[in-house]
Ligand binder design. Structure first.
Ligand code: CTP
Length: 402
């Protein structure tokens, strides 16, 4: 599957901060995702990291000056600016922000920004006093007014030894920003509630009943929906995954808590996706003290948890909303079971997950799913990364919304 970044022309500006070395990873990741990255460095940036580093990572010529040899027939700045789908500047120093805020064009990078007519994404990195200085803040306000995107830097220990705001943000957050600018905003205006992960059903203070779900599929759905413009509320069972940026997260533990969380959230939702692996049963009684072992076998009662999706499907019969997407975790009779659940739970779409195949199902980074929509149309998808899988599921949801 072609990724959003494949073939995109990204003009990647680097200005003179020690954080310039971190831009090497960003350029490598963008190139790995098949973006065509052209790096432009300010003179100060070349003192921190060599242009050769970026030429090797991007596989393309690196530009540093306005009047370089071999610039071609076109004026370099005009041709590079005209071709780009996106301009990214990381790190953007206080000096670069000041220049751009005042429309300076005294080096190649600032000239290119002026000559471009695509979106410009600025990732500032500097000492916290410099960042918080009223002059820098006034420049940022001006840049926002001009329509530039300025991403607030991270907090933490800075290269100068100070602690505070000013760190170049992590690549994963930057990646989301870049992708959300390139993505079609076809989920804009939609409020989407997604459940994810397993549930933990306590037996005693030490033990619990759970399942193998990692939350990866639900989190990928949340990340991609946010990227495509939705407001996303993620109701998550216990998961080790970092929540996606700009997603509202409600942490729950048990099936009953997830039930409560979903019932509280679904009313504001246009779309609900139950990707969580809710435990069908919970211990009838949670022991207050740890149960001690003995040589005898023990028996304990399991009582059913509420079927959250079924309850939402029943509610939908009256209100005819929200659009409801369920998952089916299957090890046999996948399609027949998927169809049954689609009908019984009154869904618009069911995602049938093969949980015993190779590289698919619980805990893996890839997934093999089939989709059946409310008209019983079946789409069998190939083995995809969970993020690609999420893209395909949202493509289908967008069609159902029409
Ligand atoms: N689900 C739910 N509440 C439950 C159990 C499941 O909301 N107590 C949801 C899941 O999030 C999923 C769908 O129902 O979207 C189907 O879950 P699955 O485990 O595949 O099927 P079950 O309905 O639990 O039936 P079975 O376990 O017998 O296959």
């Amino acid at each position: 599957m072609k990724t959003l970044l494949a073939g995109k022309k990204i003009l990647f500006g680097i200005s003179g901060s020690i954080a310039a070395y971190k831009a090497a990873e960003w350029v490598r990741e963008l190139a790995k995702a098949e973006a065509e990255v052209t790096v432009v460095m300010t003179d100060a940036a070349t003192r921190f990291v060599s242009g050769l580093t970026f030429a090797s990572l991007s596989g393309r010529r690196v530009y540093t000056g306005m009047f370089e040899k071999d610039a071609g027939e076109d004026m370099t700045h005009i041709s590079l600016a005209k071709e780009s789908d996106l301009v990214v500047i990381a790190p953007a120093t206080a000096q670069t922000l000041a220049k751009l805020a005042h429309g300076f064009a005294d080096d190649l990078l600032s000239t290119l920004v002026l000559a471009s007519n695509c979106k410009v994404l600025l990732f500032p990195a500097m000492n916290s006093n410099m960042y918080c200085h009223v002059a820098t803040q006034a420049n940022i306000a001006k840049l926002l007014e001009y329509g530039y995107e300025v991403i607030e830097p991270g907090q933490g220990k800075l290269a100068c030894g100070d602690e505070g705001i000013g760190r170049l943000i992590d690549w994963q957050i930057a990646r989301e920003k870049i992708l959300s600018i390139l993505a079609v905003q076809d989920l804009e205006g939609q409020t989407i509630v997604i459940s994810a992960g397993p549930t933990w059903e306590s037996f005693d203070p030490a033990r619990l009943l759970s399942n193998r779900s990692s939350g990866k599929m639900g989190y990928a759905l949340a990340r991609v929906a946010r990227r495509r413009g939705a407001r996303v509320i993620l109701v998550s069972g216990p998961s080790a995954i970092e929540p996606p940026p700009e997603v509202e997260v409600i942490n729950v533990m048990s099936g009953e808590e997830m039930h409560k969380g979903m019932m509280a959230q679904y009313k504001s939702a246009d779309i609900v996706v139950m990707a969580a692996a809710v435990s069908d049963y919970r211990p009838g009684k949670t022991m207050k003290q740890k149960v001690k072992k003995s040589n005898k076998s023990i028996e304990f009662e399991l009582v059913p948890n509420p079927d959250i999706l079924k309850k939402l499907g029943d509610k939908k019969k009256k209100a005819n909303r929200p659009l409801l997407v369920g998952f089916a975790a299957e090890s046999t009779e996948h399609i027949a079971e998927g169809r049954r659940k689609l009908k019984e739970k009154n869904l618009d779409l069911i995602v049938i997950n093969d949980i015993i195949g190779k590289n698919t199902g619980f805990g893996t980074d890839t997934n093999q799913v089939s989709l059946i929509d409310r008209d019983y149309q079946l789409d069998k998808l190939p083995l995809l990364s969970k993020e690609e899988c999420a893209e395909m599921i949202w493509d289908k949801v967008v069609k159902l919304l029409q």
